[in-house]
Design a protein around this ligand. Structure first.
Ligand code: AHR
Length: 646
């Protein structure tokens, strides 16, 4: 891994140095020249070059993409302290209301406990209960239907029907509410819908669960969903899915990242505990300091792939934890190998296979396509060497997976020794903008004889909580290198992808897409990436950039079938870049085409919730294209010219 920083904190310290490096004026540029040989395709562009990497970090799922609005809905046992912080007594009715965790009864084996709510004096005029703040607010929109559900069991004296409401924190006004009937003597799931009327969109709301009759009720898994992407019941947030879709991703690497590994061997990503009804998912600790609801579990990852037409890159747990403990290769590791094989069967097996049948039971009879399986995450941190030898953890997994699924391509997380070699190696690059820009030629001279490369995590680390324009410039420079070398680099994914911008929600400094409970925004780097993936041919064309200095970069791809040429120019200098472009090997070039530009006056420019479109691409229809043209590109700019050629 190439890392010039780690989580939150260091980014800020590095910011000044790296920006200065970017901004140092270069010598005055006379005229640079770009010569393109349209008729000299060098190699295919990997069809899976750009994709997504995600994990539960920065409240990426809970409080992010996963649309659930109630926080700590399972009263996480491991976090009783957090439980106390998150749920509170309804401020209007403190008298006579109490709650506690009942460890003796719960709705399932996975959730064998519940919340016991007792009301001494509640009445229709003075109901009492509990408040939940959501994930730093609960978003409300006008004329919107929300799906509510809860597991209930009556106490000795039945407290009667239970109401769930969204309440505005400023006015105390109920924005929408639903009523569940009085609970019976046994655990049962109740569902209801609630609808807002003519209300103003807001997020300064909370969820209130009340009873209006003295007595006791036990509850677990209160849940509230707004409309979701494609209307999926246990689904994902629409604005974030729209943003991800606009990145044109071809794959999704999941579930991590460190989230795959866990802090200790006990905290590994046990996929079997993330499938089936929510009540059968016990939750587990994310290594990023909070409990994961696992509401977005293995099947939801796969449906996410389906919804955005991405292929899954399935990371299987390989027996290593972040505290540097590992499971010894050999018999002790065998149960985990079996587990990975079963996971692959859950994804790809027909409904007549054991785990394919479980997937069908979970609501998806058709198998999912799968080409790549990644074994572990960042195993170079395991200094014991247990991963990489010919009898190491990688080899043990690889032998078994290849035997059962010979068609799969296997990704190792570091170079491995011995006869069992991976098809692809995942390499990670977290660098300052100046360093990543410099490194954009990283793959130019690398041997093509070994495994291909997956850049499974990369980012210029500048800007918090999302990258600034200086980072976007180096990210763009870096992507020119990925494209030029996409015979070797088969896949690449920026990380981390998502951040809830509430300061208490984030663990990592620089992240691609920011949001709060109600809205979201793409960073300049997000827009650079959407430009690079949205304007991409299927072959790399020979090109040479001269006289532009070391801070200008190019990548040229074509789609011969549609006669389209995409010329990408990154001007990383604070000066305009006059460029003479010469196109060889063409008969004619249409004068009309498009120029897409992302630029900003300052490398510090950033997008925020308050100003989400400060740095966005501008698309201009141009009519000055030709086989020989001159154009001056703006200082600090990322550009794509789309041309039609014959
Ligand atoms: O992207 C954040 C973390 O960086 C990932 O979890 C881990 O793989 C890497 O160290």
């Amino acid at each position: 891994m190439h890392r010039s920083k780690s989580p939150v904190g260091l980014t800020v310290a590095l910011l000044a140095a790296s920006v200065t490096a970017l901004a140092t004026p270069t010598r005055a540029i006379a005229e640079a020249a770009l010569t393109i040989h349209y008729d000299e395709p060098l190699h295919a562009v990997s069809p899976t070059l750009y994709g997504l990497m995600t994990e539960e970090i920065n409240h990426a799922y809970d409080g992010g993409l996963y649309a659930e609005l109630i926080r700590d809905r399972a009263f996480f046992r491991r976090e009783h302290h957090e439980f106390v912080k998150i749920w509170s007594l309804d401020q209007n009715a403190e008298d006579g209301i109490s709650f506690s965790i009942d460890d003796k009864t719960g709705p399932s084996r996975a959730l064998p406990y519940s919340l016991r709510l007792t009301a001494a004096k509640a009445s229709a005029n003075d109901p009492g209960g509990l408040d939940n703040p959501g994930y730093w607010g609960v978003p409300v929109r006008p004329h919107t239907t929300y799906r509510a559900s809860i597991y209930l069991k009556a106490g000795k004296e039945n407290a009667g029907p239970v109401t769930m409401a969204i309440v505005n924190a400023a006015s105390g006004k109920v924005m929408a509410s639903a009523r569940f009937p009085a609970a019976g003597a046994h655990w049962k799931k109740y569902t209801a819908t609630m609808r807002t009327g003519e209300v103003r969109a807001s997020q300064n709301n909370f969820v209130r669960i009340t009873v209006s009759h003295p007595g006791t009720v036990l509850l677990n898994l209160p849940s509230l969903f707004p409309p979701t992407y494609h209307g999926r019941k246990n689904g994902l947030r629409i604005d974030l899915m729209d943003k991800l879709s606009a990145l044109h991703p071809t794959f999704l690497r999941f579930p991590g990242g460190n989230f795959l590994e866990g802090n200790t061997l006990a905290d590994w990503y046990d996929w079997k505990l993330t499938i089936g009804p929510l009540v059968d998912r016990p939750t587990h600790p994310s290594p990023w300091g909070y409990e994961s609801s696992d509401g977005l579990g293995l099947l939801e990852f796969l449906e996410w792939c389906k919804d955005l037409d991405m292929q899954p890159v399935l990371a299987v747990y390989a027996g290593y934890a972040l505290d540097q403990q590992h499971i010894k290769p050999g018999p002790q590791l065998e149960p985990y190998v079996k587990d990975a094989l079963e996971e692959i069967q859950y994804v790809t097996g027909g409904a007549s296979t054991k785990w394919g049948a479980v997937r069908a039971r979970d609501g998806h009879p058709a198998p999912f396509p799968l080409k790549y399986v990644e074994i572990g995450n960042e195993d170079f941190f395991d200094h014991s060497g247990s991963y990489s030898g010919s009898h190491g953890r990688f080899a043990q997994f690889a032998r078994a997976i290849r035997k059962a699924y010979p068609g799969l391509e296997l990704i190792a997380t570091m170079p491995v020794k011995g006869d069992v070699q991976p098809d692809v190696i995942d390499d990670h690059f977290y660098e300052t903008p100046a360093a990543l820009m410099k490194d954009s030629h990283h793959f130019d001279t690398m041997s093509r004889k070994g495994p291909r490369i997956f850049v499974g995590e990369w980012a210029s680390m500048e800007g918090t909580p999302t990258p600034d324009f200086g980072a976007a410039l180096s990210d763009a420079a870096w992507m020119t290198g990925l494209e030029r070398n996409s015979d070797l680099v088969v896949m690449a994914s920026y990380a981390p992808l998502l951040v809830n911008v509430n300061p208490l929600a984030a663990q990592w400094g620089t992240n691609l897409i920011g949001y709060d409970a109600k809205q979201s925004f793409g960073s300049p780097s997000y827009y650079a990436q959407s430009m690079f993936s949205g304007y991409l041919g299927n072959q790399v064309v020979a090109s040479k950039l001269t006289g532009a200095g070391p801070l200008c970069f190019e990548s040229v791809t074509r789609d011969a079938a549609t006669h389209t040429l995409y010329v990408k120019i990154v001007n990383g200098t604070p000066k305009p870049l006059p460029l003479a472009l010469q196109l060889e090997g063409v008969t004619s070039v249409a004068r009309r085409g498009a120029l897409v530009t992302l630029s900003a006056g300052s490398t510090h420019a950033a997008n925020t919730l308050a100003d989400p479109r400060r740095v966005v691409p501008h698309t201009e229809k141009v009519s000055w294209l030709g086989a020989h043209l001159r154009h001056t590109f703006a200082p600090y700019s990322i550009n794509v010219i789309e041309m039609r050629v014959h």
